[in-house]
Design a protein around this ligand. Structure first.
Ligand code: HEM
Length: 157
């Protein structure tokens, strides 16, 4: 019998592991769940004092930021590739290279996400899994941004 991590098995033992097919997308609640998560994430970014510098990097109107993150996460979690369909291909580190991201804004981004996952009552194993996975592109962004900032004359996007 196939063994799944106990923390990730449904009561029937049939749930595929997160990261397999669209299991992560389904566990997030599909597009509705991701939309709720992203909305809560940006609401938290607006609300939490420790996210003030992160918020200041964003446009005043967050409508497009919300939409783009929902579309991106849909494909990234194994669901429909909505970002590619609507906006074309994207390299996440390069899309952020013009921003002054450092350790503290990276941590603030992850904190807003952690807080949102908690508030929306996702199970702990899913929260832990997703945060670990999100920490990977978040760290790539930080490295890309710090490299970009270290280059002479790197003020252009
Ligand atoms: C390291 C922490 C992060 C910071 C500080 C950050 C910051 C930002 C900011 C300020 C924007 C808006 C850019 C603009 O309008 O000019 C943005 C856009 C975006 N971010 Fe992040 N972000 C972070 C991590 C992530 C992660 C981990 C993901 C995906 C898993 C992500 C996905 C996106 C996407 C898809 C967009 C829209 C890009 C576009 O179409 O131009 N971000 N981010």
């Amino acid at each position: 019998m196939t063994e799944y991590p106990s923390s990730n098995a449904s009561s029937t033992g049939e749930a595929p592991a997160y990261g397999t097919g669209d299991a992560t997308y389904q566990a997030a609640g599909g597009l509705d769940g991701i939309t709720r998560l992203v909305n809560r994430f940006y609401d938290n970014m607006e609300r939490l004092p420790e996210a003030a510098a992160l918020r200041a990097m964003h446009p005043e109107d967050l409508t497009e930021s919300r939409q783009k993150l929902v579309f991106f996460l849909s494909g990234w979690m194994g669901g429909p590739k909505l970002y590619a369909r609507h906006y074309g291909s994207i390299s996440i580190p390069k899309a952020h290279a013009h921003l002054p991201v450092d350790q503290s804004s990276r941590d603030a981004w992850l904190h807003c996400m952690a807080q949102s996952l908690l508030e929306l009552d996702y199970p702990a194993p899913f929260r832990d899994y997703l945060l670990q996975k999100l920490a990977i592109p978040a760290e790539s962004i930080r490295l890309m941004c710090e490299f970009h900032q270290s280059q002479p004359g790197s003020t252009d996007p």
